[in-house]
Design a protein around this ligand. Structure first.
Ligand SMILES: C=C(O[C@@H]1C=C(C(=O)O)C=C[C@H]1O)C(=O)O
Length: 253
């Protein structure tokens, strides 16, 4: 994974997206070990003295602060969920290859990803209930959120390579700020179909209970494969394409 100048092709970017599917499926499987634990997300409980907001906000903010100090957000592939007041990196800067247009740095749709994950996706694949393991559950949520965020914001790299491969096609709708035409240009329905099929299959393979005996005729999934297909169909692919459009519209600034 990671983007280096010589490896920057649509093919290599798509390979990175395929690899990230594994991370997303496994992170959901890990989160499914815990029940809903809704107290974690309750904005009125004030579980941490001196911090107002849900416990999950506290854990994610503090974790992001540590990771920011260690240079996480210097990487153009990473976007924080709480970008305000993040501490600067304290370590010597790694020289990330700067393939993106500078305007791309300002695109961060993590608020939409956060809302989708907590309000729509979580209830689809975790059991109801409360086992009190809030810190572990939140750590698990953050792994899911970061994996989804990285995948969706990869749309910046996808858009950059599509622009470079066909600048004459993209320049007129960019200048006209025609987002509908841009959306049509960047869409590849054949690829989308394959992505959805593949992630459903991955959830099937990675998430089934493995039995030593070979008469396991009833399949029990840790995360329902149809939920993963729906996650991609309704949210991951549309949000990736939204990032692509947002990136392209700024590409000639
Ligand atoms: C990411 C791409 O752009 C679009 C989004 C896709 C996705 O999110 O999986 C797939 C195909 C395209 O419609 C791509 O072309 O690979």
């Amino acid at each position: 994974e990671g983007i280096s100048g010589s490896e920057f092709t649509l093919d290599s970017i798509r390979k990175a997206l395929i690899r990230q599917e594994d991370v997303i499926v496994f992170s959901l499987i890990e989160r499914a070990r815990f029940p809903m634990n809704s107290a974690l997300y309750n904005p009125r409980l004030d579980l941490v003295p001196g911090f107002s907001g849900p416990l999950v906000d506290f854990i994610v903010k503090e974790t992001e602060a540590v990771q920011a100090k260690a240079g996480r957000y210097v990487n153009p592939e990473e976007n924080p969920f709480f970008p305000d007041n993040l501490p600067p990196s304290m370590i010597p800067n790694h020289n990330y290859s700067q393939v993106l247009h500078p305007g791309g740095a300002s695109i961060n749709i993590n608020k939409a990803i956060w809302d989708m994950y907590l309000n729509q996706l979580l209830p689809l694949f975790v059991d109801a209930g409360d086992d009190g393991n809030y810190a572990s559950t939140a750590a698990s949520d953050l792994i899911c959120l970061q994996a989804l965020s990285r995948r969706i914001h990869y749309g910046k790299f996808v858009a950059e390579i599509k622009f470079r491969d066909a600048p004459n096609d993209y320049e007129p709708p960019i200048r006209a700020k025609d987002t509908d035409v841009l959306m049509k240009l960047l869409t590849d329905e054949r690829v989308e179909k394959m992505v959805k099929k593949r992630v459903e299959k991955k959830a099937d393979v990675f998430g089934q209970d493995v039995n030593a005996s070979n008469n396991a005729d009833i399949k029990r999934y840790k995360v329902d494969p149809s939920v993963v297909a729906r996650l991609y169909d309704e949210w991951v692919i549309p949000l990736t394409k939204l990032v692509e459009v947002e990136y392209l519209i700024r590409r000639l600034d």
